[in-house]
Design a binder for this molecule. Structure first.
Ligand code: SF4
Length: 348
């Protein structure tokens, strides 16, 4: 039965207070509790307590380890799927040039990130990247980085379903998110997308998905629903990815969010997921979010859906050094010894 958010202010206050107490006393949060805690009007004192609780959980569950999600976008190409937040949608992207990183470049970047101590090395493609070429890239990267990073692919739906071939090529984890307003802001079939996520979680490979792309238009109920599902689907590495408005995309006019709101969402996801999700990534970086539960940052290069064309420098100049520095500033331990880090800290 559909839950109705209480109209009466007093009822709302009572519900929020109950959910707040559950959060502070380590009780399991139901979807409606999560919705209550996401209430933007939550008083500052409660917000502060939730942020503190979330940071405490991050220290315990993630071993207070700061981590890096290093991502390489392999191809920049206009995409007929036209997701309304993505710069590569063919309906609005006038940047006609198709660009692709060559295998040698991909391997060299991957090697650099591995030597710098990245925890996850992600090969990201557009929706229709040729599967055999992807397998070649995976094998070449795996051969070079050995077991220094968790090797992740973030690729099209059809590619992601080929779990056995991906596993045989050396993949450890697949990123496959069910996006906020999937099927409305995107043209994907929601059932098929959920089915792919289920296939990954049953495959023996790790599953990663972020709460994404979060914008000011998303209601507390929508965010709570997606958080609950993400936890239930057995996500190993989660994250919060804000929608960065790209000029010309249909969602550009909706703008972006305040860092404090992103911090509240991060804290609630950290508290709701507790021991079930060890690592939570925040992208792009917001210090308040790192200070309340996100223990991992992204370093991004190549084709990036938030900007146009191929870039060979880190997005927003957030390179490995900078990302590690940000994590340290918020009290996380970061191993500067690069790939000599032990297996336990690798998120396996
Ligand atoms: S998000 Fe992926 S599927 Fe959607 S338009 Fe961009 S590249 Fe295509």
């Amino acid at each position: 039965m559909e839950k109705i958010f209480p109209e009466a202010e007093s009822k709302k206050e009572i519900d929020i207070e109950k959910s707040f107490q559950k959060a502070l006393t380590d009780e399991i949060l139901l979807e409606y509790d999560i919705e209550c805690l996401l209430y933007a009007g939550l008083e500052e004192e409660k917000q502060r307590a939730l942020r503190g609780k979330a940071r405490e959980i991050a220290a315990k569950e993630a071993g207070n380890q700061g981590k890096i999600w290093a991502s390489i976008g392999l191809d920049y190409v206009n995409c007929p799927m036209n997701c309304s937040f993505c710069s590569m949608g063919s309906a609005w992207n006038s940047y006609e040039k198709k660009e692709e990183l060559q295998e040698k470049e991909v391997v060299e970047i991957a090697d650099y990130y591995a030597r710098q101590g990245a925890d996850w090395l992600v090969l990201r493609t557009t929706e229709f990247y040729e599967f055999d070429r992807l397998l070649q890239r995976i094998k070449a990267v795996r051969q070079r980085i050995k077991n220094d990073c968790v090797l992740v692919v973030n690729t099209g739906d059809a590619n992601s379903r080929k779990v056995e071939e991906l596993k045989a090529a050396g993949v450890d984890m697949i990123y496959q998110a069910f996006r906020l307003r999937e099927g409305t802001d995107t043209r994907f079939d929601c059932n098929a997308r959920r089915e792919t996520i289920e296939m990954i979680s049953q495959s023996g490979l790790k599953l990663s998905q972020y709460l994404e792309p979060v914008g000011p238009e998303h209601t507390d109920r929508e965010l709570a629903g997606r958080m609950t599902e993400l936890i239930r689907q057995g996500t190993d590495v989660a994250g919060i990815m804000e929608r960065v408005p790209v000029s010309g995309t249909p969602k550009y006019a909706l703008g972006t969010m305040l860092p404090q709101r992103i911090a509240q969402i991060t804290a609630v996801l950290r508290i709701a997921s507790r021991a079930s999700i060890r690592d939570i990534v925040i992208h792009p970086y917001h210090r308040p979010a790192v200070e309340c539960g996100a223990n991992a940052l992204v370093v991004d290069v190549g084709a990036i859906p938030r900007s146009r064309g191929m870039t060979r420098t880190s997005w927003k100049n957030q390179d490995m050094l900078q990302a590690k520095q940000f994590l340290k500033e918020s009290g996380y331990e970061v191993d500067d010894a690069g790939n000599e880090r032990n297996e336990r800290s690798k998120g396996r």
